[in-house]
Design a protein around this ligand. Structure first.
Ligand code: WQD
Length: 335
């Protein structure tokens, strides 16, 4: 019986991936230090999966604990979600990002080396591409980090490439996420981080509709796009989570290292997302056009062909369904 270790498994993407693994009757355990997730996610996930979840409140930098957990549970593969992930926050405290993201991953890889574990699925990001030279972006696009968060992910990808070169028995996949939004159809889990400062567009819109903000700042309307606002590749969290399950299957059958862009392949502007969310919620979202945000690019969306062809994965949900699931989560949880 295989067992997959999900580090950061109670986070936004980890918890949704766990829900799908449970649905597929695939065994997993979770390791989380609860630095950026509410503790009630445990009970919520147990309700969704209808099982007691074996988890460890441990930091990935505790290598000895990781070795013990891997051996105790006969872990056969790892999905590594645990990381600090805010672009703006990483500009303010870069050393914390190198400490947690890079040192934490090295600690985990050391524990895997000690226990002979060589199947590794890594949570990377489209931010590694920075300001893209072309869109849709494929995996051959040059890497151009604009912030410490993206830089940590590139450093880790390089470490993984070197490990793969040194030992061909390793099976590694790096998933470069575009912009995940939405929530599980139960309404029990969704994008609900502890740190709410400088968050992403969808959580900021939700702050407006729930009254904790009077208006939404739109960071710039003078980009070379259809309506002047930034264009991104928003992807339903369930589609993104399913990509992890197909990638896990892939690394269980194939050695070597691979990088995959996980997006829909469609670019959507800030104003288009706002309009769709207003349609779904029936509420209007007052906006204030403000200056561009440091580090933002104009347009960023994926060419998902490699994941479509090799992982046999493709996104299913459209923008309306993404916004609707996010709105249902808000209503069910009175956020
Ligand atoms: C989207 C668009 C903003 C907030 C980042 C990371 C990426 C991934 C997702 C981790 C942009 C505009 C936003 C607001 C706005 N995270 N915006 N007002 O920056 O594309 O991607 O988060 O893996 O790696 O880089 O996401 O949601 O912050 O911004 O106008 O209050 O919305 O300018 O055009 P981003 P975002």
């Amino acid at each position: 019986m295989t067992c997959t270790l999900l580090t950061g498994g109670f986070g936004y993407i980890g918890s949704h991936t766990a829900a799908i693994l449970a649905e597929n009757k695939q065994k997993f355990i979770i390791l989380d230090n609860f630095i950026n997730c509410k503790r009630d996610v445990v009970a919520r996930l147990e309700t969704i999966t209808n099982q007691n979840i074996r988890f460890y409140e441990v930091d990935v930098r505790e290598t000895e604990s990781l070795i013990k957990i891997i051996n105790e549970n006969k872990v056969s593969s790892v999905i590594h979600f645990a990381a600090l992930k805010s672009v703006s926050d990483s500009l303010m405290r870069p050393l914390d990002y190198y400490e947690v993201n890079v040192k934490g991953t090295i600690s985990l890889l050391q524990a895997m080396k000690c226990t002979g574990l060589k199947r590794f699925l890594f949570s990377s990001t489209a931010a590694v591409y920075g300001e893209p030279d072309f869109c849709p972006i494929d995996e051959k696009h040059k890497l151009n980090p604009l912030n410490p968060y993206a830089q940590t992910k590139i450093i880790i990808e390089k470490i993984l490439e070197d490990i793969s070169k040194a030992d061909r028995e390793w099976s590694i996949a790096c998933l470069r996420y575009f912009n995940p939004i939405g929530a599980h159809n139960s309404g029990l889990i969704g994008d609900d981080p502890l740190s709410v400062e400088n968050s992403n567009l969808m959580p900021e819109m939700i702050k407006v509709v729930t009254g904790s903000k009077n208006y939404l700042n739109v960071f710039g309307d003078d980009y070379e796009t259809s309506d002047g606002t930034g264009v991104r590749d928003y992807i339903h969290i369930m589609d993104l989570s399913k990509a992890h399950v197909t990638a896990l299957d892939y690394i269980n059958k194939n050695n070597g290292i691979n990088f995959f862009n996980i997006g829909t392949g469609e670019g959507v502007s800030v104003l288009e997302l706002i309009k769709t969310f207003e349609k779904v919620s029936g509420l209007s979202i007052p906006i204030k056009i403000s200056n561009r945000r440091e580090g933002d690019c104009a347009v960023c969306f994926a060419n998902p062909k490699k994941a479509n062809d090799i992982l046999k994965w493709k996104s299913n949900y459209d923008l309306y369904k993404m916004c609707n699931s996010a709105w249902e989560f808000v209503k069910s949880n009175k956020i």
